[in-house]
Design a protein around this ligand. Structure first.
Ligand code: ZN
Length: 310
């Protein structure tokens, strides 16, 4: 069933959020502290409406359950991937996610979480936290006990177009001045490791030090990037990652390309420019799902985009 589902994004206000979702993408954000655009989501915490009139206002999460054939009849209760755009004006807390096995035992059968970040833009000198500098869990626990956070946390500079894969067990934090597109498993299980001793409405936010130490991999091993570039007609397609949960690609189109979107479903986000997808106009800030085994699609125009599939 060859369909393009057009999704209506959902916005989440956050203490650390800003205004770039409006100034860069033109979205109708609720306030000047808007941190997240849930662009493609069937998660109960923000389930995107499908705008195609034929689906009568149903959400992606509802269609996943009522019309599984649109998504290749995959097993599972929930649309498995979640695409967000995150505008961090301030630093996010340092966090870590468990893997499926740990979450299943310790979080009532939940899934773990693997995620990845494509840097859409950042301020000069912006950094992120990814990984740590302890050689073992014992050393990490000691550094935490002694409050040696800046020594422990591995801070790296970032630039527009950088890409980071965050596997379970990898400490991470987005820092201020960063706009990213995140592709992730649709899961919520997050352990907060450190929050810079900040106060939120007069109180420190809850930390999960024991669980964080439990699940954090030590020593830290960076995920190996696999950036391979292919020319497909007028499009330059960069493969960013393939892991057990998703594959993610970045594309730059100038002209026309016949793309193969054969997969149970494909998430497509337009980052820059405009054009057409099989004759349907698409533009910067649009997010779509191409349904089961969509096959060949003709993209035309001048656009930058990210797409992913399981
Ligand atoms: Zn995370």
């Amino acid at each position: 069933m060859k369909k393009i589902l057009h999704l209506k994004p959902i916005f989440q206000e956050k203490l650390w959020g800003g205004e770039r979702l409006s100034t860069v993408f033109g979205y109708p954000i609720p306030s000047d502290h808007t941190g997240e655009c849930w662009a493609i989501s069937g998660h109960p915490g923000g389930d995107c409406a499908v705008e195609n009139p034929e689906f009568g206002g149903a959400t992606l999460g509802q269609l996943w359950k009522t019309q599984p054939e649109l998504f290749g009849n995959l097993p599972g209760d929930i649309y498995p991937l979640l695409i967000k755009i995150i505008d961090a004006r301030d630093d996010l807390s340092i966090q870590v996610h468990p893997d499926d096995a740990y979450a299943n035992v310790h979080e009532n059968g939940s899934l773990g979480k693997t995620e990845c970040w494509y840097v859409l833009d950042c301020d000069p000198g912006a950094t992120i936290i990814i990984g740590h500098n302890a050689s073992s869990k014992e050393e990490m626990a000691k550094m935490v006990e002694e409050g040696r956070w800046s020594e422990l946390l591995r801070q790296v500079p970032i630039h527009k177009g950088d890409f980071f894969q965050i596997n379970p067990g990898c400490l991470h934090a987005i820092k201020g001045g960063t706009l990213i597109l995140e592709t992730q498993q649709s899961s919520d299980v997050t352990y907060r490791f450190y929050d810079y001793d900040r106060l939120d409405h007069g109180k420190k936010r809850q930390l999960h030090i024991a669980q964080s130490l439990d699940v954090t991999t030590a020593p830290f091993v960076p995920a190996e990037p696999d950036r391979t570039v292919a020319q497909v007609g007028g499009a330059s397609i960069t493969h960013l990652v393939t892991c057990p949960y998703y594959s993610v690609y970045h594309g730059v189109l100038d002209g026309k390309a016949e793309m193969d979107f054969t997969a149970p479903f494909v998430n497509l986000s337009i980052l820059e420019g405009s054009g057409t997808l099989d004759g349907t106009p698409v533009k910067k800030g649009d997010h779509m799902v191409l349904t089961a085994n969509y096959g060949t699609a003709v993209l035309e125009g001048k656009m930058e985009f990210i797409y992913s599939h399981i």
